[in-house]
Ligand binder design. Structure first.
Ligand code: G1P
Length: 245
């Protein structure tokens, strides 16, 4: 079987991370993938075109070594993650798919996050989210799940709730396995948090039908959408590789 990976590149740092570290890890045995790449600069930056050019040249070169086909899309306007995924719909072709937000750099304790999500997905065919515990007001930077008691299933998810309104301390990371019916939700989605078409709002609709599970991430996470996180990710990787003490 094969599954499409939608890779959303939201900063040059994230692109560099993807190119240097993770391509082989994404393409698991039995999951030969097409990759739909959508550069999605964060609001306020305007680097979509250079990102597309750089991604096209370098990514194709690297990916060819792994027999991966890369298809590039452009998001004409910065209308949010949900809209970016709609831009890649033609490459996904009505199948379930994987989403990776490149600016989340994860060093898992065991297998990669995508590997674990795909394992869980293979068991029950449900959409799968990766979440990690975040205690304190930083929870408001993320999509936050409302878990069902004693279960991996979630009953809802809210994009960037205030600290007081957060339904739990479990925040989504930028890794998802999504079932194709998310497109039915995305196509009719109204702008949500920040005036953008939020992926979270459509996942919430699937969750209300009981169709979304979560897997708790164990390991380290770096936000490479910011210079500080990118530098920290490099330092940690260099330490892990024994390049620095
Ligand atoms: C996005 C998602 C959010 C998720 C986060 C993970 O937020 O909208 O639900 O928790 O990625 O990094 P953004 O980074 O665009 O603010």
């Amino acid at each position: 079987s094969s599954i499409t990976l939608v890779f959303l590149i939201r900063s040059l740092a994230a692109l560099k991370y993807f190119l240097s570290l993770s391509i082989p890890k994404y393409f698991l045995p039995n999951f030969l993938a097409t990759t739909a790449v959508v550069p999605v600069p964060k609001k306020g930056s305007n680097i979509a075109s250079p990102l597309l050019v750089v991604a096209n040249i370098i990514l194709c070169k690297r990916a060819s070594g792994f027999w991966v086909e890369c298809i590039f899309f452009r998001q004409p306007e910065q209308r949010g993650l949900g809209d970016a995924i709609l831009c890649a719909e033609r490459a996904i072709g009505g199948e379930d798919f994987v989403v990776s937000l490149a600016d989340d750099y994860l060093i898992p304790e065991g297998e990669t996050v995508v590997y674990n999500l795909l394992h869980a997905y293979k068991k029950n065919g449900q959409s799968q989210l990766s979440v990690m515990k975040i205690d304190g007001p930083e929870i408001s930077n993320y999509g936050v799940v409302n878990p069902k008691p004693n279960s991996n299933n979630i009953q809802g998810i809210i994009e960037k709730p205030s600290f007081n309104e957060a339904p739990s301390n479990l925040a989504t990371l930028g890794r998802y396995v999504l079932t194709a019916d998310i497109f039915d939700m995305l196509r009719v989605s109204e702008p949500g948090f920040g005036g953008e078409i939020q992926l979270t709002d459509s996942i919430n609709k699937l969750a209300q039908l009981g169709n979304v599970d979560m897997q708790v991430f164990k390991g380290e996470r770096f936000d490479c959408g910011h210079v500080k996180g990118y530098l920290q990710a490099n330092m940690q990787t260099a330490k892990n590789l024994g390049i620095i003490d």
